[in-house]
Design a protein around this ligand. Structure first.
Ligand SMILES: [Zn+2]
Ligand SMILES: [Zn+2]
Length: 181
């Protein structure tokens, strides 16, 4: 995008919304914690503003979503999640085990998923694609635990060494995951 990026207050005004401290804090929280649930957003906003009712935050999320300032995704079996990356119809990778959700671009070019094989006359503006599976951390963790002998008696020393090793490898994995987000 070219030109100056409008600040949050200007974006609220452009969309006909009154600028309030709560709405600004919600916008910031959604940017800071992409794919956060309303509860996650509530925690962050309360950390910034102190006491704010849950309803106020839900209302802010609803109106920001209606005006297109915040995107709401609703993965099956999960509470709604919110993000500030809007307008590009990107998709999500979701871990079945821990729920970690990351962005992924359309498989081909820009937003081809908006062109349905047969649109049946619908005016389509969004395609919500979720790739379900397990994140690298959870895959590594289940590999590590399947390697661990289940009934063989281990000396305390050996067990401690094993635990230390798997903790190190988990840390490596989570650093990698953070970089790729
Ligand atoms: Zn996971
Ligand atoms: Zn996303």
């Amino acid at each position: 995008m070219l030109g100056p990026v409008p600040d949050d207050a200007a974006r609220l005004r452009t969309h006909g919304l009154q600028v309030t401290a709560q709405r600004l804090a919600v916008l910031r929280a959604v940017s800071a914690a992409p794919h956060g649930t309303a509860d996650d957003i509530t925690t962050i906003v309360r950390g910034e503003l102190g006491t704010v009712s849950r309803q106020t935050i839900y209302d802010a999320l609803t109106v920001l979503n209606e005006k297109g300032l915040v995107r709401r995704i609703q993965p099956a079996g999960s509470p709604a999640r919110f993000e500030s990356r809007i307008g590009d119809n990107h998709h999500h990778l979701i871990c079945r085990t821990c729920g970690r959700t990351v962005d992924v671009d359309c498989a081909v070019g820009s937003a081809p998923c908006l062109t349905a094989a047969d649109g049946k006359g619908y005016e389509i503006d969004e395609a919500e694609v979720a790739y379900w599976g397990r994140c690298p951390d959870c895959v590594a963790q289940s590999r590590a635990s399947s390697r661990r002998p289940t009934n063989a008696p281990t000396t305390p020393k050996r067990a401690a060494r094993g635990a230390q090793k798997s903790r190190r490898s988990r840390q490596r994995m989570s650093k990698k995951a953070v970089r790729s987000e």
